[in-house]
Design a protein around this ligand. Structure first.
Ligand SMILES: O=C(O)CCC(=O)C(=O)O
Length: 371
């Protein structure tokens, strides 16, 4: 099978140029106030069909081609679905050694020219304009295919999408999930706890709920199946508690999930912006981050200079060792001489003889210097 590279007109320079362009003109106005009210109440909203049948087929094929290595893109990472415990899943890798249909995630879709138009869907920009402000540049936390392989899939436990574990300097608010295959309870569609986004983040760390929180907040009467026809999208508030189960059916359950950020969002680990997909953001780091970065540079240079100085002293070690040995020999001689001096008759409450105490002090100091 031929391995197709990314199309030649989509490299990172092109993307960066696109990314730093103006905010898109194509913002739809499809979402009514009534729908927004529903979203505020429930924490999720069905956005309807966003993909036609041909595009659905070509995106499913693209996902499978990326997992099979038919299309190679070094910016895409994959995670294997081992079908076991969620916490025992392997990490993401740049590519699998073997072509597989047992993938769980294909991440980095902003770098794939087949998926980029989906990320830039006008209705999704309409959502972001409402949530982050119409002037706001947009970046991505992630855009990925989430697959539940046929007859497999891993239970994704109840969780919220945010918190310290995401390593961002502000909370993400917008996730849009698009079904590539029809998602139903029979093939592991998502489930959500209606209105749970209004609880806020249940822990500052975020992600998977504690057993206590799951028991307390996820009672059966509040749980809704997010069943979605292929090509339809669901908007989810990032604090919405959601999960998904396994897929015992004979067809995979493929979907795309995109988390949009306020373009100013930075990584708390590096201070870097996330990949910008619309609008322009001043790339200058926050002044506090810039100060820390300068300090890191200065400390690194200092450490390098100290190491070089220590290395430059290495040739002197033998001479210094020899000199220490002669001093030690000298000290021993002096100590012997002091010991040989007959002790004067001690005057009551008098200090030791000045000469002896002086020699002992010098001896101790010299020893300390060269040990
Ligand atoms: O697709 C799934 O099963 C889960 C997706 C999810 O948790 C998300 O999009 O945040």
């Amino acid at each position: 099978m031929d391995a197709k590279p990314m199309s030649p007109d989509l490299n990172i320079e092109t993307l960066v140029r696109e990314m730093t362009g103006p905010l898109p003109d194509e913002v739809s106005h499809d979402i009514t106030e009534e729908m927004w009210d529903q979203f505020s109440r429930d924490g999720f909203l069905h956005l309807g069909s966003v993909l036609d049948a041909d595009t659905i087929e070509s995106l499913k094929q693209r996902a499978d081609d990326l997992a099979a290595g038919v299309v190679k893109n070094p910016r895409i990472q994959l995670q294997l679905d081992t079908g076991g415990e969620y916490l025992a899943l392997p990490g993401t890798v740049d590519a699998f050694d073997e072509p597989t249909k047992l993938y769980r995630k294909i991440q980095g879709l902003e770098f794939d020219d087949a998926f980029l138009p989906l990320i830039r869907t006008p209705r999704f920009f309409e959502v972001c304009a409402r949530m982050y402000g119409p002037h706001m540049a947009l970046s991505l936390f992630r855009a990925m295919v989430m697959n539940k392989p046929a007859g497999q899939g891993t239970v994704l436990p109840w969780h919220q999408d945010g918190g310290d574990v995401w390593g961002l300097d502000r909370e993400p608010l917008v996730t849009i999930w698009i079904a590539l295959d029809e998602a139903t309870p029979a093939n592991g569609c998502m489930q959500a706890v209606r209105g749970s986004h209004r609880l806020g983040l249940l822990s500052s760390y975020g992600s998977t709920l504690s057993d206590d929180d799951a028991e307390h907040h996820c009672s059966p009467e509040k749980i809704v199946d997010l069943a979605v026809p292929a090509g339809h999208a669901v908007l989810m508030h990032n604090w919405l508690i959601h999960r998904s189960g396994v897929n015992p059916s004979p067809i995979p359950r493929r979907a795309v999930t995109i988390c949009y950020l306020d373009g100013r969002t930075r990584s708390t680990q590096t201070g870097d912006l996330q990949p910008i997909i619309a609008g322009t953001v001043d790339p200058t780091p926050h002044h506090y981050v810039a100060m820390l970065q300068e300090q890191v540079v200065a400390l690194t240079e200092n450490a390098q200079r100290s190491e070089e100085y220590a290395k430059s002293l290495e040739p002197l070690y033998p001479a210094l060792r020899a000199y220490t040995d002669t001093l030690e020999a000298e000290i021993e001689k002096l100590q012997a001489a002091v010991a040989a001096v007959p002790a004067p008759a001690p005057a009551p409450d008098s200090a030791p003889a000045p000469r002896a105490s002086f020699v002992r002090r010098v001896a101790r100091r010299v020893k300390r210097m060269f040990r």
